[in-house]
Write a protein that binds this ligand. Structure first.
Ligand code: BV8
Ligand code: ZN
Length: 249
């Protein structure tokens, strides 16, 4: 059944001159990539994501943390972009100058045609050396672990330190260039569409708030209520893969 969005939401997008789209893990949910909170299913259940996604956890148990990320990367590799990702790429194609800011560490936006997403939290596909930060090659598919398996991280070809996932862990600073680009876009847009994020993790959660404070209109796409309801002028309650195509139709 077609999803219907209120005409004022479609009109806001049609009239917008400078658009920012901010996405969280919810936009990848319908591609079968669990959201951060749900990424601890099955054998991972006994762990807390926020505890596992930290430098301390990697130091304490590198094989467990590397195994978790390699399992998540294998899930992303098998996933396909969904109609939500495609709709975001359609907004960018229709309105050059649109800036896509994502908290996601998957590459589904890129595979849906988005050319230059701002990755605030890094990427599962960019492992690097924990010692000298040299980029490390992606392990090949054959070594992808089953869920719950510990996997010793590879060693850096240059300095032999452990390779780590190329993501931003809790307690780590976001890449400054990405954060600057996101804040600058939010400060100069007239419409910001936030999709599939709980708006709980900072400083990423500040981006829609910066836009609203500086006079932009905010549209939120999320089946659930979030703290961003307070800054959204329009709340489209539904799944991204249904709502976004209706919004850009
Ligand atoms: C930092 C990569 C400082 C790893 C992630 C105030 C200011 C600054 C920092 C803090 C602060 N207060 C607290 C902090 C510390 C912390 C923080 O924010 N804690 C929170 C929990 C309170 N922030 C940090 O540590 C950040 N670092 O600020 O460092 C600093 C400065 C200088 C020098 C040194 C240090 C770093 C934060 C980045 C952490 N890394 N990801 C990995 O992926 O493993 S964050 C991770 O969790 C995700 O990337 C995502 O952004 C976030 C939330 O995950 P999810 O819940 O899965 O996703 P999301 O929130 O997007 O929720 C899913 C939503 O989708 C839900 O709303 C759901 O309803 C919806 N949904 C479901 N299905 C659908 C859907 N929507 C649409 N369609 C559907 N079908
Ligand atoms: Zn190294």
């Amino acid at each position: 059944m077609e999803h219907v969005v209120p005409p004022e939401a479609a009109a806001l997008l049609a009239r917008a001159r400078r658009v920012v789209v901010v996405t969280g893990a919810g936009i990848s949910a319908e591609s079968g990539v669990p959201t951060f909170r749900d990424a601890l299913t099955g054998l991972w259940q006994r762990f807390d994501a926020q505890a596992l996604a930290t430098p301390q956890a990697f130091e304490d148990d590198p094989d467990l943390v590397w195994g978790w990320y390699e399992w998540r990367r294998s899930t992303v590799r098998r996933a396909r972009p969904n109609a939500g990702h495609t709709a975001v790429a359609a907004i960018e194609a229709r309105l050059p100058g649109t800036v896509l800011v994502t908290q996601n560490v998957d590459d589904l936006h890129e595979r849906a045609g988005s050319r230059d997403p701002v990755h605030l939290h890094g990427s599962l596909l960019a492992p690097r050396c924990s010692g000298c930060s040299r980029p490390a090659p992606l392990p090949d598919v054959a070594d992808e672990p089953a869920e719950g398996r510990r996997v010793p991280p590879p060693r850096c070809a240059g300095c032999a330190a452990r390779v780590r996932p190329g993501v931003v862990w809790f307690g780590e600073a976001l890449p400054q260039a990405a954060l600057d680009r996101a804040v600058e876009a939010a400060a100069s847009c007239d419409l910001l569409v936030t999709v599939g994020t709980s708006g709980l993790v900072y400083p990423a959660a500040e981006i829609p708030r910066v836009a609203a404070r500086l006079g932009a209109t905010v549209i939120q796409v999320n089946p659930d209520e979030t703290p961003l309801d307070a800054v959204a002028e329009v709340n489209l309650r539904g799944p991204a893969a249904r709502v976004l195509p209706a919004l850009v139709a």
